[in-house]
Design a protein around this ligand. Structure first.
Ligand code: PBG
Length: 329
């Protein structure tokens, strides 16, 4: 049927009408807020490139969790800034590691009844060189060792699950880590802990501000030998295939906005829950435009989240989680 019989503008004439025919919806429970835990007490240190995002000591993180829970946010994704770093990433799997202590405190607070506690599993915040695995160096040459890193990642996942993580989320991009983590969790009686695998994680410039927030910038080289080349959608599908075969329960796509086509392709191909991570650089560039008055804050924030949802992500990890939940509430 063609114009003048069909007039698509009929269904756009009022907000109730637009609301009736809206195809995609956001809800606070599908938003996950990342938190960066640090040592100390009463610490609330803003990350300079991420206005509204803080390094939080455990006591402050509990307050933040309570306010997120009150707004209906679905969960937290926890990262840690350890007091000390070394070659073995000891702080990642230490019984009294910063995230382990944070998890116990959050579990003991009321907030954890409403919020899922997701622990990021990676070594880069805990290694002195800032890489996501064990580094073997020979002169100028270096190698991020795959198989020896798996043991440390597995140990980290077990330790975080024991400390109270509801979900563990490996983000290191070593081959075989999902199988190794599943194996170790099961051996330790943690067979009910799900794995949210960052299956499709691209080597991206948009992680820049995160590396300030988590103090995890590599001291030499870059992450291109383990994170994916941004040009490769088919390879992303292979990564997801493998992680699911190894036992991943859910997958996370990252970054989000520059890779919406990859999210869509994954949604059409895999019948598992899919989340997407609106990463630090996506947040920082929007914040920079807001600060200049160049974009309408609330509309641009919601439109960015809606685009990720429409592309096929069921849930979204976003630094806007609280603000968006407030806007939706
Ligand atoms: C750890 C990790 C990173 C991010 C999440 N987990 C950084 C990286 O890979 O360099 C980035 C998240 C963000 O930019 O918001 N490997």
């Amino acid at each position: 049927m063609e114009y003048p019989i069909t007039r698509l503008r009929r269904l756009r004439r009022s907000e109730p009408m637009r609301s009736l025919v809206r195809e995609t919806h956001l809800e606070p429970g599908a938003l996950i807020l990342p938190l960066f835990l640090c040592e100390g007490e009463g610490v609330r240190r803003e990350v300079s490139s991420m206005p509204g995002v803080f390094n939080l000591s455990v006591d402050e993180a509990v307050k933040e969790a309570e306010s997120a829970a009150a707004l209906g946010v679905g969960g937290l994704l926890l990262f840690g800034l350890p007091a000390e770093k070394d070659e073995q990433a000891t702080g990642a799997w230490a019984e009294d590691g910063i995230v382990q202590r944070g998890l116990r405190a959050l579990k003991a607070s009321g907030a954890a009844k409403k919020l899922l506690l997701i622990a990021d599993v990676c070594l880069c915040e805990y290694t002195s060189h800032g890489h996501c695995g064990i580094v073997k160096k020979q002169g100028e040459e270096y190698e991020i060792e795959n198989d020896s890193s798996l043991a440390l990642l597995s140990k980290t996942a077990v330790s975080l699950a024991r400390a109270g993580a509801d979900i563990v989320a490996p983000s290191d991009m070593m081959d075989g880590r999902v199988a190794a983590i599943r194996d170790h969790l099961d051996d330790e009686g943690l067979e009910q802990t799900p794995i949210l695998s960052y299956a499709s994680k691209f080597a991206s410039a948009f992680y820049g501000p995160f590396r300030e927030a988590a103090d995890s910038a590599p001291q030499f080289g870059d992450r291109r030998s383990y994170q994916m080349d941004g040009a490769n959608l088919r390879e992303a599908m292979r990564e997801i295939d493998l992680d699911l075969a190894e036992g991943a329960d859910m997958i996370l796509m990252k970054p989000a906005m520059p890779y919406l086509d990859v999210i869509r392709a994954a949604r059409e191909r895999f019948d598992v829950p899919i989340g997407a991570y609106q990463v630090s650089g996506e947040y920082a560039m929007l914040q920079a435009a807001f600060a200049k008055g160049w974009l309408d804050r609330q509309r641009a924030m919601m439109e960015s989240l809606l685009s990720i949802r429409r592309a096929g992500a069921g849930f979204i990890v976003t630094y806007f989680a609280k603000e968006a939940a407030k806007a939706l509430g």
